[in-house]
Design a protein around this ligand. Structure first.
Ligand code: SF4
Length: 196
Protein backbone atom coordinates (compact mmCIF):
# COMPACT_ATOMS: atom_id res chain seq x y z
CA UNK A 1 0.00 0.00 0.00
CA UNK A 2 1.29 3.44 -0.91
CA UNK A 3 1.98 5.98 1.81
CA UNK A 4 -0.48 8.85 1.90
CA UNK A 5 0.97 11.87 0.18
CA UNK A 6 -0.11 14.67 2.50
CA UNK A 7 1.70 17.24 0.37
CA UNK A 8 -0.92 16.67 -2.35
CA UNK A 9 -3.86 19.05 -1.85
CA UNK A 10 -6.15 16.42 -3.37
CA UNK A 11 -5.67 14.32 -0.24
CA UNK A 12 -7.36 16.96 1.86
CA UNK A 13 -10.09 17.44 -0.71
CA UNK A 14 -10.81 13.75 -0.93
CA UNK A 15 -11.27 13.27 2.80
CA UNK A 16 -13.98 15.94 2.77
CA UNK A 17 -16.60 14.24 0.63
CA UNK A 18 -18.77 17.28 -0.12
CA UNK A 19 -15.77 19.42 -1.06
CA UNK A 20 -14.45 16.70 -3.34
CA UNK A 21 -17.88 16.24 -4.98
CA UNK A 22 -18.26 19.96 -5.70
CA UNK A 23 -16.86 20.64 -9.20
CA UNK A 24 -15.34 23.87 -7.86
CA UNK A 25 -14.03 22.12 -4.69
CA UNK A 26 -15.69 24.79 -2.58
CA UNK A 27 -14.54 24.73 1.04
CA UNK A 28 -17.94 23.60 2.30
CA UNK A 29 -17.19 22.75 5.97
CA UNK A 30 -15.48 26.09 6.53
CA UNK A 31 -18.23 28.21 5.03
CA UNK A 32 -20.94 26.35 6.92
CA UNK A 33 -18.97 26.87 10.14
CA UNK A 34 -18.82 30.59 9.34
CA UNK A 35 -22.58 30.74 8.73
CA UNK A 36 -23.25 28.96 12.02
CA UNK A 37 -21.07 31.65 13.60
CA UNK A 38 -23.07 34.42 11.93
CA UNK A 39 -20.11 35.37 9.70
CA UNK A 40 -22.16 35.76 6.54
CA UNK A 41 -19.70 38.15 4.87
CA UNK A 42 -16.79 35.79 5.48
CA UNK A 43 -18.80 32.80 4.23
CA UNK A 44 -19.69 34.67 1.05
CA UNK A 45 -16.10 35.73 0.37
CA UNK A 46 -14.82 32.20 1.03
CA UNK A 47 -17.37 30.83 -1.44
CA UNK A 48 -16.32 33.43 -3.94
CA UNK A 49 -12.76 32.10 -3.93
CA UNK A 50 -14.05 28.92 -5.59
CA UNK A 51 -16.77 30.42 -7.75
CA UNK A 52 -17.69 34.01 -8.33
CA UNK A 53 -21.47 33.61 -8.19
CA UNK A 54 -22.42 32.30 -4.72
CA UNK A 55 -25.85 33.98 -4.69
CA UNK A 56 -26.64 32.53 -8.11
CA UNK A 57 -25.36 29.04 -7.29
CA UNK A 58 -27.14 29.11 -3.92
CA UNK A 59 -30.34 29.14 -5.98
CA UNK A 60 -29.46 27.14 -9.06
CA UNK A 61 -26.61 24.71 -8.46
CA UNK A 62 -27.30 21.06 -9.20
CA UNK A 63 -25.57 20.52 -5.82
CA UNK A 64 -23.59 17.29 -6.37
CA UNK A 65 -22.08 18.04 -2.94
CA UNK A 66 -25.27 17.00 -1.18
CA UNK A 67 -25.51 13.33 -2.23
CA UNK A 68 -21.88 13.08 -1.04
CA UNK A 69 -22.62 14.60 2.36
CA UNK A 70 -21.84 12.20 5.22
CA UNK A 71 -24.98 13.20 7.11
CA UNK A 72 -26.88 11.33 4.41
CA UNK A 73 -25.29 8.12 5.63
CA UNK A 74 -26.08 8.90 9.27
CA UNK A 75 -29.60 10.26 9.27
CA UNK A 76 -30.70 9.86 5.68
CA UNK A 77 -30.56 13.53 4.72
CA UNK A 78 -27.65 15.71 3.71
CA UNK A 79 -26.90 19.15 5.08
CA UNK A 80 -28.61 21.74 2.86
CA UNK A 81 -25.24 22.88 1.52
CA UNK A 82 -26.56 24.68 -1.54
CA UNK A 83 -29.26 26.65 0.24
CA UNK A 84 -26.77 27.63 2.93
CA UNK A 85 -24.76 29.30 0.20
CA UNK A 86 -27.85 31.39 -0.54
CA UNK A 87 -28.17 32.17 3.17
CA UNK A 88 -24.68 33.66 3.18
CA UNK A 89 -25.39 35.64 0.00
CA UNK A 90 -28.73 36.98 1.22
CA UNK A 91 -27.61 37.90 4.73
CA UNK A 92 -24.25 39.45 3.98
CA UNK A 93 -23.67 43.18 4.39
CA UNK A 94 -21.98 45.33 1.77
CA UNK A 95 -18.87 43.35 0.83
CA UNK A 96 -17.82 45.60 -2.05
CA UNK A 97 -14.59 46.53 -0.25
CA UNK A 98 -13.57 42.87 -0.13
CA UNK A 99 -13.93 42.20 -3.85
CA UNK A 100 -10.51 42.11 -5.60
CA UNK A 101 -9.65 45.39 -7.33
CA UNK A 102 -7.99 46.03 -10.66
CA UNK A 103 -4.70 47.92 -10.25
CA UNK A 104 -4.51 51.46 -11.60
CA UNK A 105 -1.38 50.53 -13.56
CA UNK A 106 -2.17 47.83 -16.11
CA UNK A 107 0.28 45.17 -17.26
CA UNK A 108 -0.14 46.18 -20.91
CA UNK A 109 -1.89 43.00 -22.04
CA UNK A 110 -5.35 43.11 -23.58
CA UNK A 111 -7.72 40.15 -23.58
CA UNK A 112 -10.93 39.78 -25.60
CA UNK A 113 -13.69 37.59 -24.21
CA UNK A 114 -16.62 36.47 -26.32
CA UNK A 115 -20.05 36.36 -24.72
CA UNK A 116 -20.84 37.88 -21.33
CA UNK A 117 -21.76 34.56 -19.74
CA UNK A 118 -20.36 32.92 -16.61
CA UNK A 119 -17.14 31.74 -18.30
CA UNK A 120 -16.05 35.12 -19.66
CA UNK A 121 -17.12 36.89 -16.49
CA UNK A 122 -15.10 34.47 -14.38
CA UNK A 123 -12.03 34.94 -16.57
CA UNK A 124 -12.42 38.72 -16.29
CA UNK A 125 -12.77 38.37 -12.52
CA UNK A 126 -9.49 36.50 -12.34
CA UNK A 127 -7.50 38.57 -14.85
CA UNK A 128 -8.53 42.13 -14.01
CA UNK A 129 -6.85 42.11 -10.55
CA UNK A 130 -3.64 40.93 -12.27
CA UNK A 131 -3.61 44.06 -14.42
CA UNK A 132 -4.99 42.69 -17.70
CA UNK A 133 -7.45 44.86 -19.59
CA UNK A 134 -10.45 42.70 -20.50
CA UNK A 135 -13.03 43.49 -23.15
CA UNK A 136 -16.20 41.41 -23.35
CA UNK A 137 -18.13 41.26 -26.63
CA UNK A 138 -21.78 40.41 -26.00
CA UNK A 139 -24.34 40.01 -28.74
CA UNK A 140 -27.22 40.92 -26.44
CA UNK A 141 -27.95 44.13 -24.58
CA UNK A 142 -27.12 42.78 -21.10
CA UNK A 143 -24.61 40.47 -19.42
CA UNK A 144 -25.33 37.09 -17.87
CA UNK A 145 -25.64 34.75 -20.84
CA UNK A 146 -27.56 31.56 -20.13
CA UNK A 147 -27.81 32.48 -16.45
CA UNK A 148 -30.05 35.38 -17.46
CA UNK A 149 -31.93 34.01 -20.44
CA UNK A 150 -32.41 30.35 -19.48
CA UNK A 151 -33.26 30.55 -15.79
CA UNK A 152 -36.64 32.07 -14.91
CA UNK A 153 -36.63 35.12 -12.64
CA UNK A 154 -38.75 33.43 -9.96
CA UNK A 155 -35.83 31.05 -9.49
CA UNK A 156 -33.04 33.55 -10.01
CA UNK A 157 -34.09 37.17 -9.45
CA UNK A 158 -32.52 39.77 -11.69
CA UNK A 159 -31.19 41.75 -8.73
CA UNK A 160 -29.05 38.77 -7.69
CA UNK A 161 -27.65 38.47 -11.21
CA UNK A 162 -27.04 42.20 -11.47
CA UNK A 163 -25.30 42.36 -8.11
CA UNK A 164 -22.87 39.50 -8.70
CA UNK A 165 -22.14 40.40 -12.31
CA UNK A 166 -21.70 44.00 -11.19
CA UNK A 167 -18.87 43.05 -8.82
CA UNK A 168 -16.92 41.91 -11.88
CA UNK A 169 -17.95 44.51 -14.46
CA UNK A 170 -17.22 47.28 -11.95
CA UNK A 171 -13.58 46.21 -11.83
CA UNK A 172 -13.38 48.17 -15.07
CA UNK A 173 -14.14 45.51 -17.67
CA UNK A 174 -14.87 47.07 -21.04
CA UNK A 175 -18.33 45.83 -22.00
CA UNK A 176 -19.34 45.89 -25.65
CA UNK A 177 -23.05 45.10 -25.78
CA UNK A 178 -25.00 44.42 -28.97
CA UNK A 179 -21.67 43.39 -30.45
CA UNK A 180 -21.84 39.87 -31.87
CA UNK A 181 -18.52 38.40 -32.96
CA UNK A 182 -19.26 37.00 -36.41
CA UNK A 183 -15.69 36.11 -37.33
CA UNK A 184 -13.20 34.84 -34.81
CA UNK A 185 -10.51 35.09 -37.51
CA UNK A 186 -11.15 38.80 -38.01
CA UNK A 187 -10.93 39.40 -34.28
CA UNK A 188 -7.64 37.50 -34.02
CA UNK A 189 -6.27 39.09 -37.19
CA UNK A 190 -7.08 42.58 -35.91
CA UNK A 191 -4.13 42.12 -33.49
CA UNK A 192 -5.97 44.43 -31.14
CA UNK A 193 -5.78 41.82 -28.38
CA UNK A 194 -2.96 39.70 -26.96
CA UNK A 195 -5.38 36.83 -26.36
CA UNK A 196 -8.93 35.91 -27.36
S1 SF4 B 1 -23.96 23.86 -3.99
FE1 SF4 B 1 -22.81 23.56 -5.91
S2 SF4 B 1 -21.13 25.07 -5.82
FE2 SF4 B 1 -21.96 24.85 -3.74
S3 SF4 B 1 -20.67 23.32 -2.74
FE3 SF4 B 1 -22.44 22.24 -3.63
S4 SF4 B 1 -21.76 21.58 -5.69
FE4 SF4 B 1 -20.32 23.16 -4.97
Amino acid sequence: MQRTDTSDPNYYHQVVDCQWACPAHTNVPEYIRMIANGQFDDAYILNRESNVFPGILGRTCDRPCEPACRRGRIDGKPVAICRLKRVAADHKDDITDRIPKAPATKNGKKVALIGAGPSALTVANDLMPLGYQCTIFEKGPRPGGLMRINIPAFRLPEEVLDEEIGYIVNMGVEMKYNSPVTSLKSLVDSKEFDAV
